[in-house]
Every structure is written in C-alpha cells, then in structure tokens.
Design a protein around this ligand. Structure first.
Ligand code: SF4
Ligand code: SF4
Length: 80
C-alpha cells in the first residue's frame, strides 16, 4: 500500500532547453509522470511519482534532476 502527501516544492526539475525529445523518460517512468508536447518532455502527473530516480538516469541529455522530497511528503510506502 502507499499514499501520497503533497510536496510543496517542485522536486523534479526538467530543463526543456536540454531536452531532445527522445522519450526515454516516458518509457521508463512507471507512474506516467511525463508526456511529450511539441517534441519536448513535460511533467504532467507529478503527484504519481514513485521517487525511483530512473528518469534522471535514462536522460542522456542531462535534462532531468530528481530531488527526493523531505520525509513525510511525496510517496509514503506502507507495509501490511
Ligand atoms: S529522457 Fe531527457 S531528453 Fe529524453 S525526452 Fe525525457 S527529458 Fe527529454
Ligand atoms: S522518479 Fe521514477 S516515478 Fe518519478 S518521475 Fe522519475 S521515473 Fe517516474
């Protein structure tokens, strides 16, 4: 189980000037946080982010920075 607590700051930074529109972030993100608009990635669904960091790893243009939200905000994983 999990729940999501609102994060006050933008914890994923996407630099559209660097984005090449390759689509890697869209393919890798299991939470469908990104979409392609006018051949550039945009963040459209941040509230579903699982904080895995994969999007930053696969972006070869170095256009994405993931800053894990403070404890108690963002995704809260619960066991049981
Ligand atoms: S992986 Fe990087 S370069 Fe590719 S679409 Fe996403 S943000 Fe743009
Ligand atoms: S950190 Fe993971 S879940 Fe969040 S946007 Fe990146 S790939 Fe998607």
């Amino acid at each position: 189980m999990s729940r999501w607590n609102k994060v006050p700051e933008s914890f994923i930074i996407l630099d559209q000037d660097k984005c090449t529109g390759c689509g890697n972030c869209i393919i890798i993100c299991g939470a469908n946080v990104f979409e392609l608009k006018d051949k550039k990635a945009v963040i459209s669904n941040l509230n579903e982010c699982l904080e895995c960091g994969n999007c930053e790893v696969v972006c070869q243009a170095d256009a994405i920075q993931v800053h894990i939200p403070k404890a108690g905000t963002g995704i809260i994983y619960e066991c049981g």
